[in-house]
Ligand binder design. Structure first.
Ligand code: F6P
Length: 320
């Protein structure tokens, strides 16, 4: 393999740049050329791509976002879009592709690889930590630390004013960010899409705390479980408490990656190049039992990736 291409796709996540750096430098170390594709699969379709060298990835290991930019491509879902992308595979002499992104990006990449025979390897990059076949995704650790910092700050003002705060975090289909940050932040209740919840139970918990002299509370809500405003309103109606709502939104996706995310990104990025060099295709570089491994993408995507409900139960016990 002489020339590989690289793109980032889907929602950006902190550590994607560290991963780009690892892919580019590892490939060059082994004598390969690297083509960077801008704006995800949209840039692939439009031929918005060009050579990268050692300096292209200098001074990015600590930066959030992705220097290659990203997109959620509707066009790549169509056979016409993918055929256009294949024209650029031929035009740029690409022999293998690394896709850093989430499960949707991997599905598209896998279809493309089957259609045109191009070897493709995925690297899991998303703050949601919801990709089957890997224990951790690039960006999750930074995101939960960002949320935790916010929870700690909100706790200061919640305590001073004796208020109940509802903090809405990301996670449309998955509650891992809410679960990890809620447990680490000592939230009274954590609402996630995977678990049904009951306002009566949440309010009873708050009232019990109130009777013990606890005048402030934190409730963490994954956006996929309910809107924060709705939760705030419903609790206020039932308890009469002064509820305040903070929606953290996209700030959870930004920021300098944590040490854990930079390490993960560097290890998985390097592994993706090794997989291509070994002639593998439709693999994902992932982590299993702490080790970096190559996982079959199609098999992984057919599995589910449940959140750790033991954490949910533990949070319930510790916030009694
Ligand atoms: O997939 C990452 C993620 O941040 C989710 O947690 C969130 O639900 C979604 O992306 C938001 O997507 P967008 O930035 O496209 O609105």
């Amino acid at each position: 393999m002489q020339r590989i291409a690289l793109l980032t796709s889907g929602g950006d996540s902190p550590g994607m740049n560290a991963c780009i750096r690892a892919v580019v430098r590892k490939a060059i170390y082994h004598g390969m050329e690297v083509i960077g594709i801008n704006r995800g699969f949209n840039g692939f379709i439009e031929g918005d791509m060009g050579p990268m060298n050692l300096s292209s990835v200098a001074d990015i290991i600590h930066r959030g976002g992705t220097i290659l930019h990203t997109a959620r491509s509707e066009q790549f879902l169509t056979p016409e879009g993918r055929a256009k992308a294949y024209e650029n595979v031929k035009r740029f002499g690409v022999q293998g592709l690394v896709v850093i992104g989430g499960d949707g990006s991997f599905r598209g990449a896998s279809v493309f690889s089957r259609e045109f025979g191009l070897p493709v390897v995925g690297v899991p990059g998303t703050i949601d930590n919801d990709i089957p076949g890997t224990e951790q995704t690039i960006g999750f650790d930074t995101a939960i630390n960002t949320v935790l910092e916010a929870i700690d700050k909100i706790r200061d003002t919640a305590t001073s004013h004796e208020r109940t705060f509802i903090i809405e975090v990301m996670g449309r289909r998955n509650g891992s960010i809410a679960l990890a940050s809620g447990l680490a932040g000592g939230a009274e209740s954590i609402l996630i899409p995977e678990q049904p919840f009951d306002y009566e139970d949440i309010c009873q918990r708050l009232l019990r705390g109130f009777r013990r002299g606890k005048a402030h509370s934190i409730i963490v809500v994954a956006e996929g479980a309910s809107g924060g405003m709705e939760v705030g309103q419903r609790i206020k109606e039932r308890t009469g408490f002064d509820t305040k709502v903070t929606i953290l939104g996209h700030l959870q996706r930004g920021g300098s990656p944590s040490a854990a995310d930079r390490l993960l990104a560097s290890r998985l990025g390097a592994k993706s190049v090794e997989l291509l060099m070994a002639g593998e295709t439709r693999k994902m570089a992932g982590v299993k039992a702490g080790q970096v491994v190559g996982v079959d993408i199609d098999e992984a995507l057919n599995e589910s990736r449940p959140v750790d409900l033991a954490l949910y139960d533990l949070a319930g016990v510790l916030s009694i």
